[in-house]
Design a protein around this ligand. Sequence first.
Ligand SMILES: Cc1ncc(COP(=O)(O)O)c(C=O)c1O
Length: 346
Amino acid sequence: MKNIKESALELIGNTPMVALDRLWPGPGRMLAKCEFMNPGASIKDRTSLSMITRALKRGTLQPNGPIIEMSSGNQGCGLAVVSAVLGHSLTIAMSAGNSPQRAVMMRALGARVVLAPQVEGRPGSVTQADAIETELLAQQLVAETPGAYYVDQFNNANNCRAHEETTGPEIWRQTAGQVGAFVACVGTGGAFMGISRYLKRQNPGIVCVVAEPAGAQTIKGLAIAEPRHLLQGSGYGVVPNLFTYDTMDGTVSVTDDEAVKYRDLLARKEGLYVGYTSGANVAAAVKLLESGQVPADAWVVTLLNDTGLKYPDQTRKEYVGYTSGAYVAAAVKMFESKKVNGWSLY
Ligand SMILES: Cc1ncc(COP(=O)(O)O)c(C=O)c1O
């Protein structure tokens, strides 16, 4: 029997759900959607497909017309996959603080990536001030590009709709309706809002919880104590425009150390090499199961948002050692070659 996908677009969504039984042997069950298995290696492929196909249908994006977006890199990778298949040119404005691996992937997929300098954060740690700087750059790129379609993931209702129509129903089907709780980090809010809306419609008793970086718990209503954290793509220190409180039952805070700990445990105990927000989601799911706020035998579902291959490892001494050595070697070569002005550092 023929079993051929017609394009990479058909590889988006319908991700497997895996039980994290080695990491959480019970009571209860921890289940995770493998969003890193999308072709752009993150959950944002789903929203890319939804926002672009709907813009084409509405005529706000012309066939083969130029697409522009601001992104921490994952939305950009998803848009690059969709743009490659549908024949659009794509320009992404990204903060220089986001992981360089994402820029490498977007460029390999044919996108133009323009970096906004960091104004507040540090490499690997991007704040709201950096996001505003990146948005200004994106707006400038739109003004310079005739016929450009600006995706605007932070205000685009089709961002939430993608998850309401795909991820939510998949979770419901894959657990045969036994899902008891859902936990996720919030960037634009698209994933949390779309999934929680769908799940609450099926069963209002499903507990839906937001995971926030400790120190930047704006959805909980706290003042920002520390805007910098490792959860790139989420926790911007604002309540995003797409976020509403009607489907949220509570929040859980996660420190960088906890996100790193569970990211490592996912790799070593489950064979799943994923990014920091995935570690944070699982850390939050553990806290929820331990809190007694869900029944002891509850099935808690969360998201493995992207692959670990999209990050330099900022937590390991050996990485710092290697890159520092590489930077020094590169700097020496630059001075020796006397070509400093013509070099690109990244
Ligand atoms: C790694 C990662 N995790 C979580 C999120 C948050 O997803 P959402 O924008 O749907 O809230 C993003 C968004 O870009 C992301 O890149």
